[in-house]
Design a protein around this ligand. Structure first.
Ligand code: 8X3
Length: 250
């Protein structure tokens, strides 16, 4: 990992934060991206490796290209991109859901991930090397009630990942995806708009994945030998079989 430049979106919390810690422990140089500068600064202060902060919203197309194109020389050739930013907003049937929630989900999970990828790719393409790791979700493999727009977004991430793998295969650029099930991060709190009770009920009676569990897999993928691509992984807590079957202790 030493001397590798790794960009992480959504680094200010959860899986992104844990990935930064795991990769920094192996000596990677990090480009930490997020909307919340204070949190990114806090993360940067506790890491022992060189890092650079980029503060932007992945859904803001102009900013994405502006910020990524303005990286200082030492950080500008990105070896690994971890497309982690994204969130769920609301859990409602289509006819009762809020269009602003739809926009927020599509902007970050789909358009944002695509914009960041497009902005990072030219340098990888010209060097004919690189690795893109996309954070999908079990929601991109199965659709569950009240989650149609979030699931649509994550299905799009899955399709985009597969398409990228085809397009970039002749260029020697690896493309991987991780599809986590239940992970105990701010995810449910954001989905339920700050309602901590609703959020904690999601994980009641089970041991969910922790952000570090996903970060460990990111690290494993990133450290695989150059000829190995761990292309697609569904990562679940032991208690979860799919989106609707979980064993809960009462
Ligand atoms: C998060 C997993 O099942 O809560 O992406 O939608 S789920």
């Amino acid at each position: 990992m030493k001397e590798k430049n790794i960009m992480i979106t959504g680094a200010s919390s959860g899986i992104g934060w844990a990935a930064a810690e795991a990769l920094a422990a192996e000596g990677a140089r990090l480009i930490l991206c997020g909307r919340r500068e204070n949190r990114l600064k806090k993360l940067q202060a506790q890491l022992d490796t060189p890092s650079h902060l980029l503060v932007f919203d992945v859904g803001d197309r102009k900013k994405v290209f502006e910020k990524i194109n303005s990286l200082p020389e030492a950080f500008s050739s990105i070896d690994i991109l971890i497309n982690n930013a994204g969130n769920a907003h609301g859990l409602n049937p289509v006819h009762k859901s809020d269009l602003n929630d739809w926009d927020a989900m599509i902007d970050s999970n789909v358009k944002g991930l695509m914009y960041v990828t497009k902005a990072v790719l030219p340098a990888m393409v010209s060097r004919k090397t690189g690795h893109i790791i996309n954070l999908g979700s079990i929601a991109g493999k199965e659709v569950y009630p009240n989650g149609s727009v979030y699931c649509s977004c994550k299905f799009a991430v899955d399709a985009f990942t597969q398409g990228l793998r085809l397009d970039l295969n002749p260029l020697g650029i690896k493309v991987s995806a991780i599809h986590p099930g239940m992970v105990d991060t701010e995810f449910s709190e954001v989905r339920f708009k700050g309602n901590k009770d609703k959020a904690s009920k999601v994980y009641e009676g089970i041991t969910p994945l922790h952000a570090k569990d996903v970060a460990d897999l990111i690290l494993y993928m990133a450290q695989a030998p150059d000829h190995v691509n761990i292309a697609d992984v569904l990562l679940l807590p032991k208690a979860q079989a799919n989106t609707y079957l979980t064993q809960r202790k009462s």
